[in-house]
Ligand binder design. Structure first.
Ligand code: HQG
Length: 176
């Protein structure tokens, strides 16, 4: 089993398209491990429980959480789920990695979740740079999260350290 391939496979179906392999997530995004393993087998990505545990444990970004007999993605969903994360006060500044071609639109309308549930923000510039680099030469935007929080915007921290918020109005962005 190739762990990276398995992780990409799990991310696709636990975040975006569970129905495509016959899975239904509960409202919190969880699915039974037995059900998941059966679906993986049907979909041509067979793995044992031990292999699944290895994919979860060794994942570079801790993308998945195993909780007894159930599993879910920590964040990044496009399907509707309520992760049950409490709203918490963010640090004064957070960071968002993107690329230059999105900047004109981002300047006009701020950051939007696009195909995901939330805008994803990083706690440090280096992480944001890596997120942006997935799409090309990275550009790191500074988000005045503390000020946003002060005006009533809610922030949540996923279990794998990603800050989530509904949207970031342009006035709270430092765009280079
Ligand atoms: C951009 C990965 C135009 C935004 C990463 C981004 C992250 C706009 C893209 C996680 C815009 C959305 C999320 C606007 C935002 N106009 N473009 N108004 N607002 N954008 O993939 O933050 O490996 O949904 O800048 O590490 O890139 O999957 O979000 O470029 O944590 O676990 O629209 O995905 O994690 O792209 O990445 P995404 P993201 P995983």
């Amino acid at each position: 089993m190739n762990v990276v391939r398995a992780s990409k496979f799990l991310a696709k179906y636990l975040r975006h398209d569970p129905a495509a392999i016959g899975l239904t997530l509960d409202s919190g995004g969880w699915v039974g491990v037995r059900e998941l393993l059966a679906a993986c087998k049907r979909a041509g990505m067979p793995m044992t429980r031990a292999e699944l545990e290895q994919v979860v444990a060794t994942n570079d970004k801790q993308r998945f959480v195993l909780d007894g007999d159930r599993i879910r993605a920590s964040q990044g969903h496009s399907v509707s789920v309520d992760l049950g994360l409490p709203a918490v006060e963010p640090p004064a500044l957070l960071y968002h990695g993107t690329v230059a071609r999105f900047l004109p639109q981002i300047r006009r309308e701020g950051l939007r979740p696009m195909r995901r549930h939330d805008v994803h923000l990083s706690p440090d510039e280096e992480t944001a740079r890596r997120v942006g680099a997935r799409r090309g030469k990275p550009v790191v935007l500074v988000v005045r999260a503390g000020d946003m929080h002060g005006t009533g915007h809610e922030f949540r921290l996923s279990t794998n350290g990603v800050w989530l918020t509904q949207s970031v109005p342009a006035e709270f962005l430092g765009v280079p």
